[in-house]
Design a protein. Structure first.
Lengths: 184, 84
């Protein structure tokens, strides 16, 4: 795209520029940046770094870096949710779509506007806390149910394995399996 | 950077952030608006269409709903990184 910045730091390859900007963001001295670039064979002086800091290059980088970090976190969270439900709730073919949808929902959630809405309204805040505690309770119950189902399935499979080894299913084994399956 | 280029840059940034996940034009617009950029959905759609034409993005259509999403390509990622 045109109108790119043309300073020494601006023209660095992304990886190196990110390194330099992270150093500057963390408060490193210009000298350290100049030394790092010198190691890579790039000539740079105090003025170059100062220009980058003074004329908005650094501000732009920070803003974009923060946005990308935020998107990365949301993307990873969306993918994690989908992967955790792999093989149960979401069919594999729909996983990418589901992840995209969750990603968009996560991005739609705006903490600032939520804060704004809750400001000066303690009643709404208590309602929100209530809803969240109900949600987390349901989540715990669901996790417990999932663990119970998994344990029951494992028991049923063990019994089946034993029956196969014996050469057939005894009435007791069959009864045990039926019992476990009823739990599901 | 003129307005059109600015919108294309914003779209490419968002696609780069979403990586393997596709995003809709409406979503890109909403997110841009939150950052203080007031683009219309048509403008964003045009920019995404342009990026797809340059092979920086891929157009994906959800078979069940018909929703159109755009996903960045390797070429698009490199373009974004080089433009930095």
């Amino acid at each position: 795209m045109s109108d790119r910045r043309t300073g020494t730091i601006a023209r660095l390859p992304k990886e190196l520029k990110d390194k330099v900007c992270l150093m500057l963001r963390d408060g490193c001295e210009y000298r350290a940046v100049i030394d790092l670039l010198a190691q890579q064979g790039i000539e740079c002086n105090d003025q170059n770094v100062s220009n980058w800091m003074k004329f908005g290059g650094m501000d732009e980088w920070i803003k974009e870096h923060q946005r990308l970090e935020d998107m990365r976190a949301k993307r990873e969270f969306a993918l994690k949710i989908v992967q955790e439900n792999e093989g149960s709730l979401i069919h594999e073919a729909g996983m990418q779509v589901a992840a995209s949808q969750i990603y968009e929902v996560l991005n739609d959630f705006d903490v600032e506007s939520l804060k704004e809405k809750l400001k000066g309204d303690p009643e709404n805040f208590s309602r929100l806390v209530n809803a969240m505690s109900k949600l987390s309770d349901s989540g715990l119950k669901y996790e417990r149910y999932k663990a119970e189902v998994k344990a029951a399935k494992d028991r049923a499979l063990t019994e089946l394995g034993k029956a196969r080894a014996k050469g057939g299913i005894t009435p007791e084994t069959l009864e045990k399996i039926e019992h476990e399956l009823k739990l599901l | 950077m003129n307005r059109t280029q600015e919108i294309r840059h914003e779209c490419l940034l968002q696609l780069y952030g979403a990586k393997e996940l596709g995003v809709t034009a409406a979503h890109v617009r909403k997110k841009a608006k939150r950052e203080g950029f007031d683009y219309s959905e048509q403008e964003v759609g045009d920019a995404l269409f342009f990026l797809a034409g340059q092979e920086f993005a891929k157009r994906l259509q959800e078979p069940a709903t018909g929703v159109v999403r755009y996903q960045i390509t390797s070429k698009g990622m490199l373009e974004y990184e080089n433009a930095q």
